[in-house]
Design a binder for this molecule. Structure first.
Ligand code: FE
Ligand code: FE
Ligand code: ZN
Length: 277
């Protein structure tokens, strides 16, 4: 089964997103756990959550992904911002227990001058305070492009964070194709080698989701500018190889390309046409 979806607005609730995903040919979706640039959470509506769970079961949607807000910085130099990040993640993960068995993705953060090692300690420390043994959500570190002082550009750095987490079975990684290409992993010309490196350094069993994006910027540019599928520096052929690669094809793919709903519908149809049996 090809699990493909895109980023949807959560403003009309959970069940609405399930229906919207189906209406554009998607078999999964991603949404922001709360306003991406703000802080306050939407109140939890257990009935809406239950309705989405039933909808997902009825329509064979295997897994969905909640994306933490961009304002969450677990390795900020400002202790108040680290505390904010911790409170947001703790609250988001409690909310996600209404939708058990899904994925919660966050950007490791930007260390803003503190250095990578301090950041790794701060991020893993936060995870050790918010994860709990009974939680049913898998928390994903997103592989980043390395713009500014972003943490998580290298597989080694992602591994270092996971290594310091006690409840490692709750942890996974989300590969963003735009980010990793801009980070200096050549998924266009050396996809097999990149996946072998991922396996050696992190372990492919940790890879739980793909953010499927083309990129506006060149290889190793350390920039983060998503492009429509086939219109960027990765290009159609590379993306076709990614969605069909034996080590990737069974993962859920989430588009975060610059599109409205109709554009996403068209990209999903295109990707389905590229998918090999
Ligand atoms: Fe992201
Ligand atoms: Fe992403
Ligand atoms: Zn990005």
């Amino acid at each position: 089964m090809f699990t493909i979806g895109c980023h949807l607005s959560a403003s009309k609730g959970y069940l609405h997103m399930g229906k919207e995903a189906l209406s554009i040919g998607a078999s999964t979706f991603q949404y922001f756990s709360r306003n991406p640039r703000g802080g306050a959470a939407r109140p939890v509506d257990p009935e809406d959550c239950a309705a989405l769970r039933a909808w997902m079961a009825d329509h064979a949607m295997p897994v969905i992904l909640a994306h933490a807000p961009y304002t969450l910085n677990a390795c900020s130099a400002d202790p108040a911002l680290r505390e904010f990040a911790e409170n947001v993640m703790r609250e988001d993960l409690r909310t996600m227990e209404y939708l058990p068995g899904n994925l919660y993705n966050f950007h490791p953060g930007s260390h803003v001058g503190q250095g990578g090692e301090t950041a790794v300690e701060q991020i893993s420390g936060l995870l050790n305070r918010v994860l709990w043994p009974e939680q049913q959500t898998t928390v994903l570190l997103e592989a980043m492009s390395g713009k500014g002082s972003e943490v998580g550009r290298t597989f080694e750095e992602l591994r270092a964070i996971i290594d310091r987490v006690s409840l490692q079975e709750k942890m996974g990684v989300c590969l963003d194709t735009c980010h990793v290409y801009a980070a200096g992993y050549d998924v266009v010309n050396h996809l097999d080698e990149v996946l072998a490196a991922f396996d050696r350094i992190i372990g492919l069993s940790r890879l739980k989701a793909i953010h499927l994006n083309d990129s506006m910027t060149p290889f190793d540019s350390h920039k983060d500018r998503h492009e429509k599928i086939g219109a960027g520096t990765l290009g159609a052929d590379a993306i076709r190889r990614i969605i069909n690669h034996p080590l990737l094809r069974d993962l859920p793919f989430f588009l975060e390309t610059p599109n409205e709903l109709d554009g996403y519908a068209a990209e999903i149809a295109l990707l389905k046409s590229w998918r090999e049996d």
